[in-house]
Design a protein around this ligand. Structure first.
Ligand SMILES: C[S@@+](CC[C@H](N)C(=O)[O-])C[C@H]1O[C@@H](n2cnc3c(N)ncnc32)[C@H](O)[C@@H]1O
Length: 233
């Protein structure tokens, strides 16, 4: 079995652990690869729908992992017991759904040694959500697949809440900057493109013309451009 791109990055960021819980597992490729490579001793592959769990079951059989991988049906972290919370992966779902599911089972998320989040949409919700709820961001990674960039964030609960007023830190991520991630420039360019589109949209929306909002969004665009320049872009 070979993992590439997004899934390989998620796997690479999983620390060695006893129990890996994969929420929204679908094909169960992440827990299977982690078990086959000894990254975890046991895996709990969870999904809300029977169809994905059938796919998980065929992966489990194909790689003869029936003794080490459990399949559980349920929403979010609900199928995971508190004493099982060790490393938790939530990948391939929207950022809004991921934050809702964590909030619903916050005690389990707090108990985990590491939560790995890979949001497909609304990625900028993740960092402020983690900070406001007392989670520390440990690591961040980017993967490129096709022409798309994927973000993975790893975090753990410390109880120390952080108030952040700096939107650029929510969008780009300190760790990516500090580690000078090889895809950082592409990541910033992607945000500049989106931000430029947002600013132009606001300027065109004459019926609800809001100069203050335009100024705020233009400032963010300027900061993103300055960041890109500082990276030699
Ligand atoms: C796009 S797949 C991602 C599969 C895999 N995690 C990956 O990253 O490739 C999203 C999966 O999340 C599952 N899902 C959606 N809402 C969920 C919820 N509330 N709880 C658990 N799983 C959910 C879907 O059934 C689907 O199998």
């Amino acid at each position: 079995m070979v993992l590439k791109g997004r899934l390989k990055l998620i796997y690479d960021m999983i620390p060695p652990c006893d129990i890996l819980s994969d929420i929204g597992t679908d094909h169960a490729l992440i827990p299977a690869f982690a078990l086959l490579n000894g990254r975890c001793k046991k895996a709990i592959a969870c999904d809300i729908k029977p169809g994905p769990l059938e796919r998980a079951e065929s992966t489990r059989r194909k790689y003869m992992l029936t003794n080490s991988m459990e399949l559980r049906m349920g929403s979010g972290l609900e199928p995971v017991r508190e004493e099982e919370a060790d490393v938790i992966v939530m990948a391939g779902m929207g950022g809004a759904l991921i934050t809702q599911l964590i909030l619903k089972s916050i005690n389990i998320a707090k108990k985990a040694n590491c939560i790995l989040l890979q949001p497909m949409t609304n990625r900028d919700l993740i960092r402020p959500f983690l900070w406001e709820n007392g989670f520390e961001i440990i690591d961040e990674g980017l993967a490129c697949e096709g022409n798309k960039l994927y973000l993975v964030i790893s975090a753990r609960y410390t109880g120390i809440r952080k108030v952040n007023k700096d939107r650029i830190r929510e969008l780009i991520g300190d760790v990516l900057i500090r580690k000078n991630n090889p895809l950082l420039k592409d990541w910033v360019i992607e945000h500049i493109r989106k931000q430029r589109k947002a600013v132009n949209g606001l300027k065109r929306a004459k019926a609800v013309y809001d100069p203050e909002k335009i100024e705020t969004e233009e400032r963010l665009l300027k900061e993103l451009t300055e960041l890109l320049n500082s990276l030699g872009g």
